[in-house]
Design a protein around this ligand. Structure first.
Ligand code: G4P
Length: 523
């Protein structure tokens, strides 16, 4: 029989757990830094980690760029993979806040990976080279942020070098990235005449290398501040959280100038974990039951083990080590004895994790990107994009004795999201579709080194792959009949139309108005 005193104890404990959960959620900031290669993402990341005490020397964070000339240098690819495992998630504590930085690959051929990572963050910092302004890759990444209404902060970097006019740079962001801006600091000069930044809310200047303002510079600054206050509306945090306005900072990551201001403001204004969308309902982070989804899978570096790390983003409740959770797609209960947390470059086994955190799960080939974990509810998170590939090749077995290895290798690499696999309805041949050319070489190399399988490619002329859907069964049947030589199915059994040319695609869209041609599909 229960003692009368037990009830209140349980009640108090449950209340305490709830309070802990709320506290842990509210103090988390999970974000990504996005930038065009060379703008200074690695340098800024490193400076942020230094502030957090997560690293102690400069140079600890390696750039994950693949140099242009290294397209066929496989050691370079391997080096990059090694780095990107180590820096996939960098967690650190700063001023009572738990910060999780999710790394995004530098090379544009891995843009898909970046898009998926953006589904796991609550906000973004965009780094722009002040001599160059907005560049192509930033534009593309911003489109994803806009779609998801992700709050963004802009950091104009490299002010120690000759830079473009600050007003011109901000205009560039408004035009090119289609978001209103609001400067929170304003620079005085650049390059050799860079004197520092003026904090617009505190009304004071931080000097760069003890630079003194000349009377002319002082007058100019006054004029600029007046202009800023006249042109830009006061900073509105709600508008920032809705993704409508981007606060702007200026500085020099390399010289660690303007970085603390950025970080201090970031922890104050950036959002803590927010609601996540599923096909069934919206999930609030404060819900007691754990939910989460896998947004990235990474093969281990050890060629003797085919084990992988799956990155689980916690969306609600508390994740616990050794507790059973439902892997929704397979319907199986699973528990993890050694889930890993990422603190800067160190990995450690974690007992609890909270919304906003990323947990590394050991995977022997059972997980796919987009998989949901829950405490029993059958949920499917939405918005994890899969982009229509633009480069295609037939993939063939080059070693008849290794058929099984090849099939397994292809299957697992596709689960990792390296590329997409289509099966032609016409002849059953396998077609690999990628977003970047480098992936074909990565696949061939990894099949050989990790699975002992050999593949060769054959050319196929396809302009674009798109997923087709319609409520009009008759029109769909008609389309499938006429286009049967161009039809394929994807890994999930969905119908895909492989258009030969842009013209054929345009004609198809015109002739079959009830069919939706989708260029991204959600996993
Ligand atoms: P990324 O990750 O965005 O690709 O850029 P990364 O930080 O690697 O920086 C690219 C180059 O720009 C590096 O020079 C880096 O030192 C430099 N850089 C970063 N921030 C600043 C800054 O505030 N001012 C100046 N002047 N340069 C900056 P690198 O020569 O390519 O490499 P390294 O030899 O310096 O490592």
């Amino acid at each position: 029989m229960q003692k009368p005193s037990q009830k209140p104890t349980i009640f108090v404990l449950a209340k305490k757990c709830k309070m802990t959960l709320k506290h842990e959620i509210d103090r988390r900031r999970t974000f990504a830094i996005i930038a065009h290669p060379d703008a200074g993402k690695t340098t800024l990341t490193e400076k942020l980690l230094l502030f957090g005490g997560a690293i102690h020397v400069a140079g600890a964070v390696k750039s994950n760029k693949i140099k242009k000339s290294a397209t066929s240098d496989f050691m370079e690819i391997e080096r990059q993979r090694g780095i990107s495992v180590a820096t996939s998630v960098m967690g650190f504590e700063y001023d009572g806040v738990k910060i999780n930085i999710l790394d995004t690959p530098g090379h544009e051929d891995f843009a898909e990976d970046t898009y998926r990572t953006l589904t796991a963050v609550d906000s973004v910092i965009i780094v722009i080279d002040s001599a160059k302004g907005v560049e192509t890759q930033t534009r593309r990444l911003m489109e994803v942020c806009r779609m998801r209404r992700t709050p963004v902060i802009v950091f104009f970097n490299k002010l120690d070098r000759p830079a473009r006019d600050p007003f011109e740079l901000m205009e560039d962001v408004e035009q090119e990235l289609k978001i209103r801006v609001r400067p929170l600091v304003f620079p005085v000069g650049s390059g050799a005449s860079f004197k520092g930044v003026y904090d617009l809310s505190a009304g004071k200047i931080s000097s760069f290398q003890d630079g003194q303002l000349t009377p002319k510079e002082e007058a100019e600054l006054r004029g600029n501040v007046e202009l800023v206050e006249g042109v830009y509306e006061p900073f509105d945090r709600e508008a920032y959280l809705r993704g409508e306005v981007a606060p702007v900072f200026f500085g020099s990551a390399m010289n660690n100038f303007g970085v603390r201001e950025l970080l201090d403001c970031f922890i104050r204004i950036a959002p803590s974990p927010r609601e996540s969308a599923t096909e069934q309902r919206a999930i609030a982070p404060y819900e007691e039951k754990m939910t989460g989804f896998i947004f990235k899978i990474h093969a281990n570096m050890d060629p003797n083990h085919r084990d992988r790390i799956a990155f689980l983003k916690i969306c609600s409740g508390t994740f616990e080590r050794n507790r059973n959770f439902l892997h929704v797609r397979s319907g199986k209960q699973m528990k993890f004895s050694s889930p890993t947390a990422f603190m800067a470059e160190k990995k450690s086994i974690v007992d609890f994790a909270y919304p906003g955190d990323i947990v590394g799960l050991h995977d022997t080939g059972n997980f796919m990107i987009g998989d949901t974990f829950s405490e029993g509810e059958r949920l499917k998170f939405t918005g994890i994009p899969s982009f229509a590939p633009e480069l295609f090749r037939y993939i063939e077995n080059a070693d008849p004795l290794k058929f099984k290895q090849l099939a397994k290798g292809i299957d697992q690499l596709m689960d990792e999201g390296v590329a997409q696999l289509f099966t032609s309805r016409l002849n059953g041949r396998k077609i690999i579709g990628t977003v970047g050319a480098l992936q074909f070489e990565v696949i061939q190399y990894r099949l050989e080194h990790e699975y002992g399988a050999l593949c060769r490619y054959e050319p196929i002329s396809i302009h674009k792959a798109c997923w087709i859907e319609s409520d009009n069964r008759a029109q769909m049947d008609d389309f499938m009949r006429r286009k049967h030589t161009n039809m394929a199915i994807d890994k999930h059994g969905r119908d895909v139309y492989l258009a030969d040319t842009a013209y054929a695609l345009a004609m198809a869209q015109e002739k079959f108005p009830d069919i939706m041609f989708k260029f991204t599909s959600e996993i």
